[in-house]
Design a protein around this ligand. Structure first.
Ligand code: FES
Ligand SMILES: [Fe+2]
Length: 343
């Protein structure tokens, strides 16, 4: 069972944006401590497979993608289709009846949608029972994205992301900071997590979009959507921010943030380009600092309502791990509730 700090399996992870792979490109990406070859065949099909040749262990990502849409190992030229099945072993001569198709590299289910690549990491070789999350906006085209590597496990990355009170200290910028005052936010369960229901945001940065409401969802394994709704010139619009924490290795997690907005909001892009990287770097720096304390394996606390989202995260995670273990249906332990804190 996945313990403290360990990522869950049997779920979809988002290691990269679709645009990061052109046809004929591939590379190694670590995912939950496993070397994954993420690639795109010449025909445009993206795929993910274990980045280890089953013959003698060379990373397949160091080979090449052939025009016939196979991956060729750089060592002895074995070729693999995008489902991981071996199609050619060049050293075989007539009469040697070894069937290459009996040899395969483990492949990972991959889904390309909304400009994102989602990879399913199975618990025990099973096919996915769920679909990867959809970005809740029409014609979802990523307009801005930023990726940073945090030196921490997935739990600290997720908890830092949902922490409601760190902003005044960590994101100490005029466009984000507000003098702390009492807050009251309503939360409800979602199938695999919870939502902070729609409310008027108080941070100054939102005023760029006029009078808006925002809703923030979190679902396993580490998917957060912020859904901002407003109107401009009498036309309703939606802006969606997606943030995922993608676990690479035990103590490294990518934070990937992608924003979607309709064409009519073209003027907000400079704002993201100018401030987005700084904002995520704030969180990264505090995680780097936190690592200095975590080295000594201290006992930590989660207190009261302001840490309740983190407490829920641990509970939802535990419930998922138990359902995987026992085969019983997952039951979300989160109950509808209003949380109060000062921030
Ligand atoms: S190691 Fe890959 S073909 Fe031999
Ligand atoms: Fe933050």
């Amino acid at each position: 069972m996945a313990g403290e700090g360990e990522p869950l399996r049997g779920l979809w992870y988002m290691p990269a944006l679709a645009k990061s792979l052109k046809p004929g490109q591939m590379r190694r990406e670590m995912l939950l401590g496993e070397p994954v070859l993420l690639g795109r065949m010449r025909d445009g099909q993206a795929f993910a497979m274990r980045d280890i040749c089953p013959h003698r262990g060379v990373p397949l990502s160091a080979g090449k993608i052939l025009p016939e849409n196979t991956v060729q190992c750089p060592y002895h030229g074995w070729r693999f289709r995008n489902d991981g099945v071996c199609s050619v072993i060049p050293s075989l001569v007539d009469g040697q009846d070894l069937d290459p198709a009996k040899i395969r590299v483990r492949s990972y289910p991959l889904r390309e949608q909304d400009g994102l690549l989602w990879v399913y990491v199975p618990a025990r070789n099973e096919a996915p029972k769920t679909d990867p999350p959809r970005v809740p906006i029409q014609n979802a085209v990523p307009r801005w994205d930023e990726t940073q590597l945090f030196p921490c496990d997935i739990d600290h990355a997720v908890i830092g992301l949902m922490d409601p009170v760190h902003a005044a200290y960590v994101h100490d910028h005029w466009w984000w900071k507000r003098t702390p005052r009492p807050k009251e936010k309503h939360y409800a369960p979602l199938p695999f997590g919870f939502v902070m229901t729609a409310h008027k945001p108080s941070k100054p940065a939102y005023s760029l979009l006029g009078d808006v409401t925002t809703e923030i969802t979190f679902e396993l394994p580490s998917t957060r959507f912020e859904i901002i709704k407003g109107s401009l010139f009498g036309k309703a619009f939606t802006v969606v921010g997606l943030t995922v924490c993608t676990p690479r290795e035990a103590q490294s997690t990518s934070i990937i943030q992608v924003f979607y907005w309709p064409g009519l909001l073209f003027f907000i892009r400079p704002f993201f380009t100018a401030l987005g990287p700084t904002f995520i770097a704030d969180d990264r720096k505090i995680v780097e600092l936190q690592r200095e304390g975590l080295k000594f394996d201290p006992h930590l606390m989660l207190i009261q309502d302001s840490d309740q989202p983190a407490i829920w995260y641990h509970r939802v995670k535990k419930a998922w791990a138990e359902s995987l273990e026992s085969g019983a249906d997952f039951v979300n332990p989160v109950q509808e509730r209003t949380l109060r804190w000062k921030s």
